[in-house]
Write a protein that binds this ligand. Structure first.
Ligand code: G5P
Ligand code: MG
Length: 227
């Protein structure tokens, strides 16, 4: 009898526009047993619904600011519980959370009782000058599916491939807000890298394009999943 694959509970980190959403969807196409959760997508969906969470999120996101750690931690905890991923047997990927050491620390008591600690963290390291070019051409669908007019254009211009619904520009994808988001990312990077490096779960994949990064990322994840 072959041994069962291991469970991965991973975090994908990277600057705004580094390709977290793009690479997550590629990874999940090859490894559909992994579930994913993007805090940015959840917040944008709450804004679209006009919920209380969305109302709080809107002003932070439009300024490029991070929402409060405690608020984000409760949002993720509720989502993990609602999805029933906290059984220690489910593989999941968190895109965009945690982004600060405080958020990482908040996650520990949520996961630990279920034997479900984070066991794999990957940083996408893409030069900022490469990223800046991408954002102008980004269009997104309300589901979180992401396109780029040059790199991965929709089949029909400005329409989502799966639903045919219109795509939209993110309000935080303007040069001023984008700069704030980049600065905030790099301000938080070292502490959170140190935090997960100490736990021996931190990996970095470097590259100027998602095509270069993807095979490296996939190889690391496969290794982690191997029995
Ligand atoms: P988000 O939504 O998590 P960011 O800023 O972390 O936002 P973003 O912008 O979603 O990250 P990404 O997912 O890393 O970027 O990148 P992507 O969308 O896949 O790719 C970017 C573009 O490049 C796309 O158009 C894609 O098609 C294209 N592309 C990909 N690869 C290539 C390539 O190789 N070549 C080319 N040419 N193009 C490519 O968070 C948003 C806000 O929510 C709040 C904050 O306010 C945050 O700013 N928030 C939180 N606040 C506090 N704590 C948290 N944990 C929070 N999470 C979210
Ligand atoms: Mg994203």
């Amino acid at each position: 009898m072959s041994a069962a694959a291991k469970t991965i509970r991973m975090v994908i980190m990277g600057a705004p526009g580094s390709g977290k959403g793009t690479l997550t969807s590629r990874l999940l196409k090859k490894l559909p047993q992994i579930h994913s959760l993007s805090t940015g997508d959840i917040l944008r969906q709450e804004i679209a619904k006009g919920s209380a969470i969305g109302t709080t999120a809107k002003s932070f996101i439009s300024r490029g600011d991070l929402l409060p750690d405690e608020f984000m931690a409760r949002l993720v905890e509720n989502e993990l519980q609602a999805q029933k991923w906290l059984d220690g047997k489910t593989s999941f990927l968190l895109d965009g959370f945690p982004r600060t050491v405080a958020q990482a620390e908040e996650l520990v008591p949520v996961l630990k009782p279920h034997g479900a600690d984070i066991n794999f963290v990957v940083e996408l390291s893409v030069p900022p000058e490469v990223i800046l070019e991408r954002i102008d051409n980004r269009w997104v669908h309300s589901s979180g599916r992401v396109y780029n007019l040059q790199y991965n254009p929709p089949k029909v211009p400005f329409k989502d491939d799966l639903t045919g619904e219109p795509l939209f520009k993110r309000p935080d994808d303007n040069p001023e807000t984008f700069k704030v988001r980049l600065d905030k990312y790099f301000a938080e990077l070292k502490p959170i890298r140190d935090y997960y490096e100490k736990q021996g779960v931190y990996h970095v994949v470097r590259g100027e394009t998602s095509d270069i990064i993807f095979p490296k990322l996939y190889a690391l994840v496969e290794k982690q999943l191997a029995p």
